[in-house]
Design a protein around this ligand. Structure first.
Ligand code: ZN
Length: 524
């Protein structure tokens, strides 16, 4: 017997389920080319550097895209956001390459042709999400990112909602703000909020396609360089500004607030920091708040003057330091900033000053080959590093023993800079340098690829006990902090030469804006 009360529940259930016929979700195209291009790296970035196959089967491509859901990247955030906010994603080319010199026209045009053709050939789209870096230079375009949005806009018209995500290191052009509907950059450096920003982009997109919001955005660029040495968003001087941006997002009229630090190794007019505020149809509010945050940034300028040690002084300080490990951050050879990964200035100093208990990675495929040929347990004697160009020191002769040879793939399960999970540093040889002991081994890791030290597994996966070493050299700037700060005794940011030297006086800038604080424009 069915009681009256149960009957009511039963009927209510039927009513709900009969009303729920399969809802059609808005379909959102997804594409992206992500590259941070270093004007001072003479090696251009060709198509082969991008993790993409032109003409790849669409289903294969989509399968790979959705397989990325387990990471903590921006696109993993898109995937989760689509689920949460009722969107269906239609992914096409979403690719990137390790930072290097500007992207070739040939690579850019081939990728863009594939993206536009694919997006056009798919189902009817109601919006497009673009995962871009924001500091890409193409041979013919000082802002490759702006050119991507221009081409997508041209292909799909003025009414297509376009939501763009950018890295914290974006050099945003004012035109980008006109061409896109919403621009969101990572708030954190090291980039630990990549996933959250992807989620945010998907949520805003869902509100746009449902007609709940009408975004308008403003950009203000403070007239300065925000030196990379001060781009840690978890400490002063940036933290109050980042906090203010988070606070502002609590305003229901505000859809997104971005404080981007800019990327100083790009000799382009848009080089430098930006504030972007997106509101729901309130331009005056967007303008006012963007100006307020830009002024906050400008007001910290005196706190961004450099006083970092040279390689010589840094090694001396590391030897004298009591605790361990000391992390020597080789800022001039910041792989994630587009450097070569084979700079030898710190290696030379470590040898010269007879430092003990150091470990360091150098990208040197030729030296790896020599170690591989010698074999595990055998002697190694070869010139290492300083081979790619004239900016990164001279080769240093290293004698020692091949301790191990490894495949160089590893897994990072914690959220580190960029949110990546699977990493590949290329084949790796570990050399124990002559004269060092098992108690204080000097370990040189030779790799066939450049690998950003975003994870300490770059060492541990090769059998290096990071806590035991006296010193670890990492070729980065701020990004490695997320991985190394938890166990480091001290981190020393070294003012070393190289394609990513933090001191702008190492370079000539011809194309930046006039009169920026902290950087000189050169005359031709
Ligand atoms: Zn970045």
């Amino acid at each position: 017997m069915i009681t009256k009360k149960l009957m009511i529940v039963f009927m209510a259930t039927v009513l709900v389920s009969s009303g729920g016929f399969a809802q059609v979700k808005p379909i959102i195209g997804v594409a992206g080319i992500s590259h941070e291009s270093n004007s001072f790296n003479v090696h251009k970035t060709p198509i082969e550097d991008f993790s993409v196959k032109i003409g790849e089967d669409k289903n294969e491509r989509a399968k790979k895209f959705f397989a990325g859901a387990s990471a903590k990247t921006t696109t993993a955030g898109y995937i989760e956001g689509a689920k949460r906010f009722g969107l269906e994603l239609y992914p096409t080319v979403v690719t990137g390459a390790t930072p290097k010199g500007p992207v070739t026209d040939q690579a850019f045009n081939a990728l863009m042709k594939e993206i536009i053709t694919d997006l056009k050939a798919g189902p009817k789209l109601e919006g497009i999400l673009l995962a871009l870096h924001g500091a890409m230079i193409v041979e013919s375009y000082p802002s490759g990112d702006e050119e991507i949005v221009r081409r997508v806009r041209e292909a799909f018209g003025k009414d297509m909602p376009i939501v763009v995500t950018h890295d914290f290191h974006a050099n945003i052009t004012p035109k980008m703000i006109e061409l896109s509907n919403v621009l969101i950059t990572f708030k954190e450096n090291p980039h630990l909020d990549t996933y959250e920003r992807g989620l945010q982009a998907a949520e805003v997109m869902s509100k746009i396609v449902k007609g709940e919001v009408k975004p308008v955005q403003s950009i203000v660029k403070p007239p300065m360089i925000y030196n990379i040495a001060f781009q840690n968003t978890f400490s002063k001087p940036l933290i109050p500004i980042v906090d203010a941006s988070k606070e502002l997002e609590k305003n229901p009229k505000v859809l997104a607030v971005s404080v981007s630090g800019g990327y100083q190794y790009a000799d382009v007019p848009s080089m430098g920091p930006s504030i972007v505020v997106v509101t729901d149809n309130d331009k005056e509010l967007a303008d006012r708040e963007a100006n307020r945050l830009a002024k906050m940034m400008w007001d910290t300028r005196e706190q961004t003057r450099l006083s970092n040690p040279s390689p010589k002084d840094a090694v001396k300080m590391a030897i004298q330091h009591e605790g361990r490990p000391v992390i020597l951050i080789d800022m001039g050879d910041n792989i994630g900033g587009g450097s070569t990964g084979d700079s030898s200035f710190l290696l030379e100093e470590l040898i010269k000053q007879n430092a003990q208990g150091w470990a360091m990675v150098i990208a040197d495929p030729a030296a790896y080959k020599v170690a591989e040929k010698a074999g595990v347990g055998n002697s190694f004697d070869f010139e290492v590093g300083g081979k790619t160009d004239a900016l990164h020191g001279k080769p240093v002769r290293i004698k020692g023993q091949v301790r191990s040879l490894n495949v160089g793939r590893y897994l990072e399960t914690e959220v580190r800079h960029g949110g990546g999970r699977y990493w590949n540093m290329g084949h790796t040889a570990v050399i124990q340098v002559e004269g060092s002991t098992l108690d204080e081994p000097n370990l040189l890791l030779l790799t066939t690829q450049r690998a950003s030290p975003n994870s300490a597994h770059i060492f541990t996966s090769n059998g290096v006990y990071v806590e035991r070493q006296k010193m670890l050299v990492v070729k980065g700037a701020i990004a490695p902090r997320a991985a190394y700060e938890p166990f480091a005794s001290v981190l020393l940011s070294v003012d070393s030469p190289g394609a990513t030297a933090i001191n702008p006086t190492w370079f000539k800038y011809y194309n930046i804006r006039e009169g920026l604080f902290g950087i000189e424009k050169s005359k031709r």
